[in-house]
Design a protein around this ligand. Structure first.
Ligand code: ADP
Ligand code: MG
Length: 679
């Protein structure tokens, strides 16, 4: 659409000043203005009888001006004008401030529609400054745009009206007729006209659906083409597969789901035509670490270095320790690089990395600083990926010559959303837990039952088990440290005076945390009171109880992750959610937790109840801005997914000329994102 080349100033009534206001809203060209969809609509087609008006309702009434305006001034000097309008059912007083022309605009005896918030105090109905239009000329549904100071709705309406007139009679629709017919979508011109000035509510819905589906389709196809770009060539192929040898180093054998995931990865690395670019998604405890370990081992045995990046120091240390154990009888040289190492220590590790004296480096964000260099980085693994942004991942990848990428995530993501979030990755799913895992009973209790729960925890600890208690999540501005320590002190004083208790919180030094974690995993500490730092990765099979305070403050996926810390051994486990919240939404969420352990079901519920934000983390910034769609709209997400599959076939990978306009839309959407990895 060449309207994208036409600046908004070219519309009449829009000078430099107003154009700047539009710019603030992200609208620079006429094309963008047409894509600047209303925030909401006023439905002027539903007429409310005056006698039915309830206090506080936003209504449209149809009424005739019944009396001349009475005017005067308020105490603080405002001009005020009042009149009475009536319909067959009653009378309503209208009050306008600072409008000296109102009595000429509303002619006595004529009928108008009035729209706005009404009040009804003991049968006296009134409206303050409702908008109105002559009954005969009333549009049924009116657009309300997002505004900024100095720009009013009418200005936007007028600009959009002009822009619509500039649309050519037949516009080049990115969705060809055949496609639209097949999937029941209206044409672009109808859609644009009706999203701004709908003939009626039905036309609005038709238009909206078409635009949403198109936007999601463009996003979907764009991400797919990125994926195929990235898979161009394998700069780090391997000759031999060492995954069987690796399995021999483990104290257990792989589940068949783990085997499949390993095979997927090794298959990619061996293939000379592609680079491994894969997400391994598996519920907490499904054994992703060993899968990654197997791929790492194969790379290392083929002479390449591997970087393993995790979000927290504790997790880095835990992975480091377990890999050291697994690799103890091999010649794999492994090291740890975290921010809290001594400077001299960091320098030494970096020197060794650069010289190729380290095969496997496990670390936190310290890995991505400019100072870290590799001799021949062949594979990057990121664990619990949703905490890393695209940019951070890209930075680590830039330290090698197109190294392979393996991303692991325990956050089950609704499938439709996964296709968007991880659109550039292939996916392997580990859908099976290692054998012998026990049930976890999840209970929801009010704080009045806390004492009983603590008694139960104490009993289990006396039986030899260990427990976690997750402190109340602090609100912004509260001190994490103080609350964790105070809370633990209270517990130790009143309930667990004869039991070794450890505290873990975000402000501790890595060495302190490590000491506490080690004591916990060696069963010297029986009860671990913690803030959310235990959320990811920590593995202590003897821990069988988790109690979570203020459970309603957590997202479901987060609770699911926390709960995954228990039920890891052969003993039955419990998860106790403490919450006094009575809102419907949080009760429903917490009940979902009690009724299922299926991560995908939980993710679906989370998406419905909290929206998609929780699933993205910083990665969200890597996606283009959507103007009308919501990623929580699973129905249209899956429809657009189906259409994308069809388009790829029907257009021979977008090479067919009928799809040229669609291809142009994809380019346009992805050109405007700030993320270099998407360009
Ligand atoms: P996650 O997928 O949550 O990262 P981990 O990799 O931490 O899970 O594995 C959880 C626990 O299960 C670890 O103690 C690990 O040693 C063990 N484990 C992994 N795979 C198997 C298996 N196939 N059989 C038995 N235990 C396994
Ligand atoms: Mg893990």
């Amino acid at each position: 659409m060449s309207l994208y080349a036409m600046r908004i100033e070219e519309l009449s009534g829009i000078g430099k000043k107003r154009a700047e206001l539009f710019n603030k809203l992200g609208v620079f060209s006429v094309g963008e203005l047409l894509n600047f969809y209303p925030r909401t609509y006023e439905d002027w087609s539903e007429i409310t009888d005056i006698s039915d008006v309830e206090d506080g309702d936003t209504v449209c009434i149809r009424a005739s001006v019944h009396s001349a305006f009475q005017s005067g001034f308020t105490k603080n000097g405002k001009y005020i004008a009042k009149t009475i309008v009536t319909d067959e059912t009653g009378a309503c007083e209208l009050i306008y401030f600072n409008n000296k022309y109102i009595d000429r605009m509303l002619v006595n005896g004529n009928t108008y529609r009035f729209f706005g918030k009404a009040s009804n105090v003991f049968g006296n109905v009134s409206m303050i400054a409702p908008t109105f239009s002559p009954d005969s000329a009333t549009a049924e549904v009116r657009p309300i745009y997002n505004l900024t100071a100095g720009l009013n709705n009418n200005t936007v309406v007028n600009a959009v009206k002009q822009a619509l007139k500039l649309l050519p009679e037949t516009i080049n629709d990115p969705l060809p007729d055949t496609l639209r017919e097949k999937f029941g979508l209206c044409g672009l011109k109808f859609a644009i006209e009706n999203i701004h000035f709908p003939k009626d509510m039905e036309s609005l819905n038709t238009a909206r659906k078409r635009l949403i589906v198109e936007e999601l389709l463009v996003l979907n196809l764009g991400l797919r083409s990125l994926k195929s770009h990235k898979r161009a060539e394998n700069m780090n192929p391997i000759a031999d597969d060492y995954s069987d040898e690796f399995e021999g180093l483990l104290p257990f054998s792989f589940t068949s789901a783990q085997k499949r995931a390993v095979k997927d990865c090794i298959g990619d690395i061996k293939n000379p035509e592609i680079t491994l670019n894969r997400l391994v998604q598996g519920d907490v405890g499904s054994g992703k670490t060993a899968v990654a370990g197997s791929v790492c081992y194969t790379m290392i045995k083929n002479g390449m270095q591997v970087a393993f990046m995790v979000p927290t120091e504790i997790l880095a240390e835990q992975h480091y320790n377990s890999f050291k154990e697994i690799f103890k009888d091999t010649d794999v040289k492994i090291a740890l690089l975290t921010g809290s190492l001594k400077q001299s220590e960091k320098n030494r590790v970096r020197e060794q990395l650069k010289n190729g004296d380290i095969d496997l480096i496990i670390g936190t964000h310290a890995l991505i600083t400019d100072k870290t260099e590799f001799l021949n980085l062949g594979l990057v693994v990121t664990d619990e990926q949703h905490r890393f942004g695209v940019a951070q991942r890209a930075k680590l990848l830039s330290k090698g010559n197109s190294p392979h990428l393996l991303v692991m995530s325990a956050t089950p993501i609704p499938r439709t959303l996964g296709l968007i979030i991880f659109g550039d990755l292939d996916i392997s799913i580990i859908d099976e837990l290692p054998p012998g895992r026990q049930e976890i009973d999840t209970l929801l209790i009010g704080s009045d039952k806390r004492a009983r729960a603590l008694g139960f925890i104490k009993k289990e600890i006396t039986r030899g088990r260990q427990a976690y208690i997750v402190c109340p999540l602090v609100e912004e501005g509260e001190s994490d440290l103080a609350s964790a320590e105070e809370y633990a002190a209270e517990l130790m004083l009143n309930y667990f005076s004869d039991i070794p208790v450890g505290i873990l919180h975000g402000k501790m030094k890595a060495s302190e945390k490590e000491a506490v974690m080690r004591d916990f995993s060696e069963n010297k500490i029986k009860l671990l009171v913690a803030t959310t730092v235990i959320e990811v990765g920590i593995d202590v099979p003897n821990a069988t109880i988790m109690m979570i305070e203020n459970a309603e403050r957590f997202g479901l996926s987060q609770l699911h992750q926390l709960r995954g810390r228990v039920g890891r051994g052969s003993e039955k486990s419990w998860c106790i959610l403490v919450s006094d919240s009575t809102t419907e939404n949080s009760t429903e969420r917490l009940k979902t937790m009690c009724s299922t352990r299926d991560g995908f079901k939980i993710a679906d519920a989370d998406l419905k109840l909290r929206g998609p934000g929780d699933f993205f983390g910083s990665r969200q910034h890597g996606l283009p801005e959507l103007s009308i769609s919501s990623l929580a709209d699973t129905k249209n997400l899956s429809l657009s997914q189906r259409i994308a599959d069809y388009v790829i076939k029907d257009s021979n990978n977008l090479t067919d000329d009928r799809y040229r306009a669609l291809k142009a839309e994809i380019t346009r959407l992805f050109r405007t994102t700030g993320d270099s990895t998407l360009n």
